[in-house]
Design a protein around this ligand. Sequence first.
Ligand SMILES: NC(=O)c1ccc[n+]([C@@H]2O[C@H](COP(=O)([O-])OP(=O)(O)OC[C@H]3O[C@@H](n4cnc5c(N)ncnc54)[C@H](O)[C@@H]3O)[C@@H](O)[C@H]2O)c1
Length: 248
Amino acid sequence: MSLKGKVAVVTGAGGLIGKEIVRRFAAEGARVAAVDLVVSRQLAALVRELETGGANVIAEALDITKSADAAAVFRDIESRLGAVDILVNNAGIVRKQSRAFHLEKEECWKRLIEVNLFGSMICTRCVLGGMIARKSGKIINIASIAGVSGLPGWADYAASKGGLILFSRTLAMETGNSGITVNCISPGMISAERTPSEGTWLGRTGTPADIAGMALFLASPEADYITGCNYLVDGGRTIGPKNATWNI
Ligand SMILES: NC(=O)c1ccc[n+]([C@@H]2O[C@H](COP(=O)([O-])OP(=O)(O)OC[C@H]3O[C@@H](n4cnc5c(N)ncnc54)[C@H](O)[C@@H]3O)[C@@H](O)[C@H]2O)c1
């Protein structure tokens, strides 16, 4: 088990991707704190299921945009599980419907940036001092291909994720000589099940397992020499135009 003895925190743990990351990390032997806005019945059931299987998993409620609450929750996690080795900033929000930027309400894009960027920065700050003191740690930020390519109708979301990618790169520079790695994963279209999709070169949407697999790799010793990277896990959606004519 590649994460045996490690303590991991996963935010947005009750969501589609977060749940799978918690599952995968627990299966690899990590002690996991599953953090979300509320501990939903579903999240509590996941924790019970993993505990029954012998894993050490706890659930904590936290709005990641609240600095003081975050500090208290991370202190509680460290007292229950031990010092945090791995942080996955996965919590994020997105508008369901596209909207031209100039028509979007200011409070909507402020909240979006507050959760997706500021919230990830707050959680990062909660673990960074300890990681620097111990000279080890892995921070994995879940961004989006929208933060690389842009996404018309979701300018605020793209800005929040683009900011997260540059935050991660810069933090990788600041913390490299403290033995800490900081990387991003930028998912493309992810759905609960593999679904046929014309929008990707692999012809399907991604699944939470596709993202959890990459998160596990980045959290594991196999990725010790990787920092400042942004892995696009998108079935090739961003590698080039899908409908170009070509002959082989
Ligand atoms: N699903 C996709 O297609 C896709 C594509 C690209 C990027 N992403 C990114 O992946 C991450 C996970 O996405 P998902 O599809 O699992 O979303 P999801 O909505 O299923 O889960 C997100 C979770 O974050 C939690 N959350 C929201 N605001 C929070 C806050 N203030 N504090 C704490 N928790 C909060 C929610 O309660 C939810 O459980 C997000 O950052 C998202 O932007 C998803």
